[in-house]
Design a protein around this ligand. Structure first.
Ligand code: NAP
Length: 461
């Protein structure tokens, strides 16, 4: 079936759902393709950039510089932003397809994996995702309560999100006050009584998922010492092979940093971060709220690169009222879009969405919802390029949409009383946030409710 999609007379119309890194890299790849393209980007919040705004730690402002690249992409002719429009709720897939020839889901992984152990939902046991979204001022998380009045906090998992959570708990107010951390979080952290943070990995120092820069930072905090038990750095044969694997320099760098931490004399700083290995939480205990964590010691077995942890039966109990479970993110299903409940993403073949009948759908996906929650921001660029190259290969098979006209789309949004936010509107919100920040000598003070964001634009809910 031939069509004229991608020509000057009839540009290819693509909806991108989501506005984080994979969404912007998908838009960029489409604009660089040489085809005539119109991209409409839909975001459920009034503000763009997904995890760059609400996931990247506030004390890592350089990582957020990538926003400048996304703003440039947003200036391309043919790009439109529709913030405050949730696909699957405000507009369904059927409505979306009326205005677009293809849809790319780049909506990330907004939920979290579970440990599946007793007591996981006790008061005081939180996911890292909630805490991260709260301190970053995400409107859906602004009212979450975190009780930082006990001395001990445990972070389960040893990825970079766990590192971020540890750092935010360990830093002094002075180290955070000029960042764009939400004021409500800074106020609670200022009253924190946490002195000991345990960051617990089920496997060993060579298998830890954090990267070296993030690990090194734990040794450079103003009022917190990292503590590593040298005995936990003793390696079995398979781990020694992994450590010497020249194709993965990260493991060796991490190991050297951990050795340096282990060799430090007992520090005198007020807080301590205990980086501990070979332990898994077996259960969380407490009546109404979390009181203790039952840990089981692990040993590793398996070939180098494929080692798994296995409980030894040796147990220990840690009294503690606060746990952050940082064991990975998970996607959330969108109505009428295939979803694999087992791994928490959209089933796909290199970005082509696959339904159970393997029929051509004109639906695509990119980023974490496509490959799972892995990699850094830059990983999303080749990932998005792959998806877009397949979309363009499929161009002749795409079914041209019924209403190739953004004016009709805007009419529908108005009819449905959806206060959508354009990119120019976002820039006004952006300016107002920076202005609010200046008063407090912060890089920005984010609005933490949708109402406040829309009020800047005179759009009242
Ligand atoms: P992650 O890197 O996949 O780490 C997850 C951690 O949870 C691993 O230590 C994993 O251990 C552990 N885990 C998983 N299931 C577990 C279980 N049932 N019991 C105990 N531990 C369990 O995930 P993440 O930290 O959420 O980060 C997501 C992605 O974002 C990563 O690619 C990360 O690098 C990236 N990120 C980057 C930055 C940055 O660049 N600064 C900041 C934040 C996030 P196993 O290895 O044994 O499975």
């Amino acid at each position: 079936m031939a069509n004229d999609l991608g020509t000057q007379q009839r540009p290819l119309r693509v909806a991108i759902v989501g506005s984080g890194p994979s969404a912007f890299y998908s838009a960029e790849a489409l604009f660089n393709s040489g085809c005539h393209v119109m991209v409409n980007m839909f975001e459920s919040l009034p503000v763009p950039f997904g995890l760059v705004r609400y996931g990247v730690a506030p004390d890592h402002p350089k990582i957020k510089n990538v926003i400048k690249v996304y703003e440039k992409i947003a200036q391309t002719d043919g790009f439109s932003f529709f913030g405050n429009v949730q696909i699957g709720k405000d507009l369904n897939l059927h409505q979306l397809r009326k205005f677009h020839d293809a849809v790319i889901f780049a909506c990330g992984a907004q939920s979290d994996r579970r440990l599946g152990i007793q007591g996981e939902d006790l008061l005081g046991s939180h996911t890292a995702t909630e805490f991260v979204a709260w301190y970053n001022g995400h409107p859906s998380y602004k009212n979450r309560k975190f009780d930082l009045s006990s001395n001990i906090a445990i972070v389960v998992g040893q990825g970079n999100v766990a590192m971020d959570v540890c750092r935010i708990l360990a830093k002094t107010v002075d180290e955070l006050k000029e960042t764009d951390i939400a004021q409500h979080a800074l106020d609670v952290l200022a009253e924190s009584r946490i002195k000991e943070i345990y960051v617990i990995g089920r496997r060993g120092p060579v298998q830890a998922a954090f990267t070296s820069a993030e690990l090194r930072e734990l040794g450079e905090l103003a009022d917190c010492d990292p503590i590593v038990d040298p005995k936990e750095l003793e390696l079995n044969y398979a781990s020694q092979v992994e450590l010497e694997d020249a194709t993965n320099a990260l493991r060796k760098k991490n190991y050297e940093i951990l050795k340096e931490f282990a060799s430090r004399p007992k520090g005198t700083k007020k807080k301590k971060i205990y980086i501990q290995f070979f332990k898994s939480p077996a259960a969380f205990g407490g009546n109404d709220k979390l009181e203790k964590v039952f840990l089981e010691k692990n040993e590793l077995s398996g070939e180098p690169g494929k080692q798994k942890s296995r409980g030894t039966g040796e147990k220990e109990t840690l009294k503690c009222g606060l746990v952050f479970r940082s064991v990975g993110y998970r996607g959330v299903p969108i109505p009428c879009v295939p979803f694999n409940d087992q791994w928490g993403g959209i089933p796909n073949s290199e970005g082509r969405v696959e339904d159970s009948e393997h029929q051509f759908s004109g639906l695509y996906c990119a980023g974490w919802i496509k490959r799972g929650p892995s990699g850094v921001i830059g990983t999303n660029k080749p990932d998005a390029n792959q998806t877009v190259s397949h979309l363009l290969e499929d161009k002749a098979k795409l079914y041209p949409c019924k209403n190739p006209d953004n004016r009709r789309l805007v009419d529908l949004l108005n009819e449905l009383k959806i206060r959508y936010v354009s990119f120019a509107d976002w820039k006004k919100i952006d300016e107002a946030e920076i202005e609010q920040g200046k008063k407090k000598e912060k890089s920005r003070e984010k609005f933490v409710s949708v109402e406040e964001m829309l009020a800047v634009l005179g759009k009242i809910l």
